[in-house]
Design a protein around this ligand. Sequence first.
Ligand SMILES: Nc1nc2c(ncn2[C@@H]2O[C@H](COP(=O)(O)OP(=O)(O)OP(=O)(O)O)[C@@H](O)[C@H]2O)c(=O)[nH]1
Ligand SMILES: [Mg+2]
Length: 248
Amino acid sequence: MDDDWFKPCAVVPVYNHERSLPAVLSTLLADDLHCILVDDGSSAAAAEVIDRLAQQQSVHLVRHAQNQGKGAAVASGLREAHRLGFSHALQVDADGQHDLGTVPLFLDRASQAPDAVICGYPQYDSSVPKGRLYARYLTHIWVWINTLSLSIRDSMCGFRVYPLRQTLALLDSTDLGKRMDFDTEILVRLHWRQQPMVWLPTSVHYPADGISHFHLWRDNVLISSMHARLFGGMLLRAPKLIWSRWHG
Ligand SMILES: Nc1nc2c(ncn2[C@@H]2O[C@H](COP(=O)(O)OP(=O)(O)OP(=O)(O)O)[C@@H](O)[C@H]2O)c(=O)[nH]1
Ligand SMILES: [Mg+2]
């Protein structure tokens, strides 16, 4: 892990999650990670907390003057990570839902498979809202169709390690969804590029007083149109996808 070429950092998109962010950040810093916080146009009160946290050593801040969406925030963070010379970025949500005890394992896997995206797939406890759980199945089915494969186990989990060179090559060549459609779209498009992926289970907990900014209507409409767009892309690539399935 301390090889010269392997330089991981963490990228944390933040939109008004100032209550849960301090604990997330201190866990990442305790793991010796540089952290890039992306304030995605948070409220003045949240921005104040973020500013204070960003004064610590090893913390970098990127700020969007206006809210643009989780995808846009992650993309800005990945670009900043690459600019700062990191090789990999662990993307973690700021809402404290993920078990950060597995961060060293995710990084270890990334150092062993440096071209791969290391993806968490969620293990929910009973705190998960059932509606959200069932809605994910619709996305799973679309992802299976749009990749002509079952290999993406979960495309929505906000806990993964991106290899930056390969990921930025994709970001520079395609306009990806800027909101909650991003997490799924980037994995499907990386799969189309035959990017290796490693899957690790990760616990997800919904705290009783947690704040979700998922907009039921807006985000579901965006997610549906993303699946439709990807369906068109899959049809164009179907011969190649089928070929690589049987010969790759
Ligand atoms: N929802 C949302 N989150 C954003 C935005 N910009 C950055 N984020 C961050 O993206 C991460 C995911 O946001 P959440 O609201 O937890 O969305 P989610 O995890 O898909 O939804 P839940 O399952 O309800 O938690 C958090 O770290 C947010 O702070 C935005 O515009 N909207
Ligand atoms: Mg969340």
